[in-house]
Design a binder for this molecule. Structure first.
Ligand code: GLA
Length: 391
């Protein structure tokens, strides 16, 4: 697909593209709602990507064609307004706006985007879009930004321009993901380690289960959970803990009576999830997929009962996974409230597991789920196109 976008670009903009960039979506293996709580996460990039082709213009205009929606958007760098009609363009505008706020002098561009990450499914299509845009601009205008800084700017664009208070996980893994490796990230220090994932040793496949429940991250309960977990930490700070990484379940138990039930539960999720991430990394290093799977199941339970971000459609994946002997682990992935889940399933039992999920979903009158067998893919890339590639 990447190659054939050149001619489409030329047809739309009447001149060839100069730079191509692309960035992947992600699954999060474990470590949910811990990123903005300065904790640990263990995501991986997937082999579904967003592509961005671009070239310079002589004026201050940005003209973007989306090949997915077959729509054009034009805006001026002098006045970047939030668009109420076209949500997707705000991710593009947000990057330009944030770069300009940070003092970078940009010029206009022609651009084309296309991607194969399902939208609003909890697989970070928006982070992939932001990352492909900033990396494309960094390459075309030789801005000299390092990947970590670009991930931070992309997150800022989503926080300050799009209005979603997300953490750094999605943008970070979209940059730093590597084939067959998970990214063990400390969201406080941004130190990370690539952990090999040898699924083939147990004949396991990562199955994405898209629940068909579409969520509006910006208008969801996401920001509410964030505030609740921050409030709980504020109370715990009285006892000398600066961040969740220093809070133990013991301390939390002792202070239970000082906070209301909801805050206590949010904190318990964050503290226990941080522990699970560390254990999951150890399990992965030993190829102990049974333990990894068990931790994945427990993560879902905690997200359902303590953080309260699941929904019946995603619980169905968890419950069916628990009952199915060849499903090692299953849980929601991403923010929750709909979107997708992941399951670790024996290759030869994939079809049987899918059928079980389809049957259950239909029995419970849930939307028909979609399935994707994903591989762990490479992080973002960008390069100048040579003459051949432009065709
Ligand atoms: C969304 C956000 C991430 C993270 C997850 C929950 O995907 O974009 O930053 O907070 O939810 O783990």
């Amino acid at each position: 697909m990447e190659k054939s976008l050149g001619p489409v670009f030329e047809e739309i903009h009447n001149s060839p593209p100069d730079v191509a960039s692309s960035a992947p979506g992600r699954i999060n293996i474990i470590g949910e709602h811990t990123d903005y709580n300065q904790g640990y996460v263990l995501p991986a990039a997937i082999n579904m990507r967003n592509y961005f082709f671009l070239s310079k213009r002589a004026d201050e205009k940005v003209c973007i064609w989306t090949e997915n929606l077959k729509k054009r958007e034009l805006f001026s760098l002098k006045k970047i307004y939030f668009s109420k009609q076209n949500k997707w363009i705000n991710y593009v505008k947000g990057i330009f706006w944030t770069l300009q706020e940070a003092g970078f002098e940009l010029r206009g561009i022609n651009g084309l985007i296309w991607g194969n990450i399902p939208l609003e499914a909890g697989l970070s299509s928006s982070a992939a879009l932001e990352v492909s845009i900033i990396l494309g601009l960094n390459t075309l205008f030789k801005l000299g930004l390092a990947p970590q800084r670009m991930a931070e700017i992309a997150r800022k664009a989503e926080n300050d321009f799009v209005g979603v208070e997300c953490g750094i996980m999605d943008q970070f893994v979209s940059f730093f993901g590597k084939e067959k490796k998970a990214v063990f990230l400390d969201c406080e220090t941004l130190e990370y380690e690539l952990v090999p994932v040898h699924l083939e040793r147990e004949d396991l496949q990562i199955l994405v289960f898209e629940s068909g429940v579409h969520r509006e991250l910006a208008s969801s309960e996401y920001n509410k959970r964030r505030n609740e977990s921050f409030q709980a930490l504020e109370l715990l700070k009285k006892y000398g803990t600066k961040s969740y990484k220093q809070v133990t379940l013991g301390l939390l138990e002792e202070r239970k009576n000082e906070m209301d039930e909801a805050l206590y539960k949010r904190a318990r999720h964050v503290v226990s999830e941080n522990e699970r991430v560390k254990q999951a990394v150890e399990a992965m290093r030993k190829d102990d997929f049974l333990l990894l799977g068990e931790l994945i199941f427990r993560s879902h339970k905690s997200l359902r009962d303590d953080y309260e971000v699941s929904c019946p459609e995603l619980d169905l994946l968890y419950e069916s996974g628990r009952e199915f002997p060849d499903c090692f682990g299953a849980r929601l992935t991403g923010a929750g409230f709909g979107g997708s889940g992941i399951a670790l399933v024996k290759q030869e039992r994939l079809a049987a597991f899918r059928n079980k999920l389809l049957e259950e979903a239909s029995k419970r009158k849930f939307p028909r789920p979609e399935f994707y067998e994903v591989e762990i893919g490479e992080g973002a890339k960008a390069y100048f196109l040579d003459k051949e590639e432009k065709r």
